[in-house]
Ligand binder design. Structure first.
Ligand code: SGN
Ligand code: CA
Length: 538
């Protein structure tokens, strides 16, 4: 009997003890998903140091893996975020553009992780028009959010926080990390608003960045010859469509006085509403740096020709855009330091990515949306000590579609059969032979709409990119990615590519079937635009 009592006592003690372990026994990893909004891979020094040094973001690649061929399936904000959460293409989860709200009956990976005992939290920009599901705690920006003194939506109500958005989102994130229960693993989504348009840097970066001059991309003065109607008609050219006030930060009264042709009144209104958000002290800091820029512009503008104006706009754009990145990089450093200091680095997978790529003057453009490289590719850096060898590189064609299954596999949770991506865990572990996908699918819908990029779908392999632009055109484009890395020559009608076109079109039919996309769905989404009055019937 004594023996039995001792065994029972031991079991009870063991049970009690196992209920309060410091860290979970099974060792399931924590997951931190860091995503910025519109952060081009060209502005991360792990990819290229032509424009900016990002030592903190680069640490993730130094300690882990750099993906050099990561891409999105629809290069626009909310659709990309919905794909990340659901592991499905946009025509399946239904969030095809920024206009329609996310259908919250979709199953998302955070819900599955939460069900599996993960603590979950989201801080920053979501842009869904509704609150995220599957999170113990969240503080999100309404819609696009603001750079200065931003408002946040929480389950307890809305609140405004004074300061700069990138710093605030990090403060909220670190605060939550400090308060979380240590006995459970966590999945944290840390989602920056920066460097989204209208590119307002933190005050501490105003001076440094506005004094810099950046190298111009070789296609800044692209004339769009050799491509189709879509490239020519897109409204994202620096000279023609970037606003001198909201984007380039010339005060509306200065621009008016000079008679600058603004693409629309809207640029003036955006500038005024953003400036109005500043406190008096913030206005003074702004004026101290941007005032002299305005004075200089007033001197130069009367004698500027188009190419000089284009060059000036490019520099102004880069100064503010890259200034925003500087704060993102510093704050990523704060988070990584926190993990190191608190013994969390070892068992945490840290991902850095963007909701899509972005044009930094390439082809004369800003914004995104196209299947062409700068918007299609997205940065992806991942560290996961013990699993990913430091300093490794993968050039496989991975997609934002793959995150959900990756995180579920890392957490040991079965992914639902209808998710459409592939877990990246084997690639991370260096088991490249287990990776079989060699083509990815792409589909963009938001047309007519901002920046007027036509609807198109396509397929991309390491060698080729095939795209079909439809709705108000019926045009095909083919790029030879190895011979034409700048994508300047559509070779769809080049006799040398007849065989390639034939075989890729066949593969495109198959990939559309594989992902359950179809002409009927394309039409259904067009009809949705008509019903909502987003397309005016002729
Ligand atoms: C805003 C921007 C656009 C941008 C869309 C979508 N204009 O409308 O330039 O393409 O957001 O961006 S702004 O000057 O008002 O910011 S997304 O990242 O949300 O998809
Ligand atoms: Ca975006």
């Amino acid at each position: 009997i004594n023996k039995i009592i001792w065994v029972l006592a031991g079991a009870t003690f063991g049970l009690l003890f196992s209920c309060q372990p410091k860290a979970e026994k099974s060792g399931r990893p924590n997951i931190i998903f860091i995503m910025s909004d519109d952060h081009a891979y060209q502005a991360i020094s792990a990819y290229s140091d032509k424009l900016i040094e990002t030592p903190n973001i680069d640490r993730i690649a130094d300690e882990g893996m750099l993906f050099t061929n990561a891409c999105v399936s629809n290069s626009i904000c909310a659709p990309s975020r919905a794909t990340i959460l659901t592991g499905k293409h946009t025509h399946i989860h239904g969030k095809i553009d920024n206009n329609f709200p996310f259908d919250t009956s979709n199953v998302t990976f955070p819900q599955l992780l939460q069900d599996a005992g993960y603590q979950t939290a989201m801080f920053g920009k979501l842009h869904f028009g509704n609150n995220p599901k599957g999170f113990d705690e969240f503080m999100i920006l309404p819609d696009q959010g603001d750079y200065y003194n931003p408002e946040f939506i929480t389950r307890q109500g809305d609140t405004t926080i004074q300061g700069y958005v990138t710093d605030i989102i990090t403060d909220l994130t670190l605060d939550w990390l400090g308060k979380r229960k240590e006995e459970k693993p966590f999945m944290l989504m840390y989602l920056h608003k920066a460097p989204h348009r209208e590119w307002l840097p933190a005050e501490r970066h105003y001076r440094e960045f506005t004094q810099k001059t950046f190298p111009e991309p070789e296609t800044l003065f692209d004339d769009y010859k050799g491509r189709g109607t879509a490239a020519r008609e897109a409204e994202m050219n620096l000279l023609k469509h970037m606003t001198v006030s909201a984007d380039n930060k010339i005060y509306p009264e200065v621009a008016r006085e000079l008679g600058v042709q603004e693409p629309s009144e809207w640029g003036f209104n955006v500038f005024k509403s953003k400036y109005a958000r500043f406190t008096e002290a913030q206005k003074a800091q702004w004026d101290a740096v941007y005032g002299p820029i305005n004075e200089e512009f007033a001197q130069l503008y009367p004698s500027m020709n188009d190419s000089a104006f284009m060059r000036w706009k490019y520099q102004r754009y880069m100064q503010d855009y890259l200034g925003c990145i500087a704060a993102v990089d510093e704050n990523v450093g704060r988070l990584l330091d926190y993990l190191d200091k608190n013994g969390l680095s070892e068992n945490t997978m840290v991902v850095y990515t963007s909701d899509q790529g972005f044009y930094l003057g390439e082809h004369g453009w800003f914004d995104k949306r196209f299947i062409y490289n700068e918007s299609f590719k997205t940065p992806l850096l991942v560290k996961w000590p013990g699993k990913i060898a430091p300093g490794s590189v993968s050039d496989e064609m991975v997609q934002n579609l793959d995150f959900a299954q990756t995180f579920l596999e890392a957490a040991g949770v079965q992914a639902p059969d209808d998710m459409q991506g592939e877990s990246l865990v084997s690639l991370m572990e260096g088991k490249n032979d287990q990776w079989t996908r060699d083509a990815v699918y792409y589909h963009y819908y938001e047309y007519p709409g901002f920046h007027m990029v036509k609807r198109h779908y396509g397929m991309v392999t390491k060698e080729f990119k095939l795209a079909h632009f439809y709705y108000d055109v019926d045009e095909w484009e083919l790029y030879d990615r190895q011979k034409d890395s700048l994508e300047l020559n559509n070779v769809y009608n080049d006799p040398a590519y007849v065989g390639v076109v034939e075989s890729l079109k066949e593969q495109l039919i198959q990939i559309r079937e594989k992902y359950k996309d179809s002409d009927e769905l394309d039409q259904m989404f067009i009809d949705r635009y008509k019903e909502k009055g987003l397309i005016k019937e002729k």
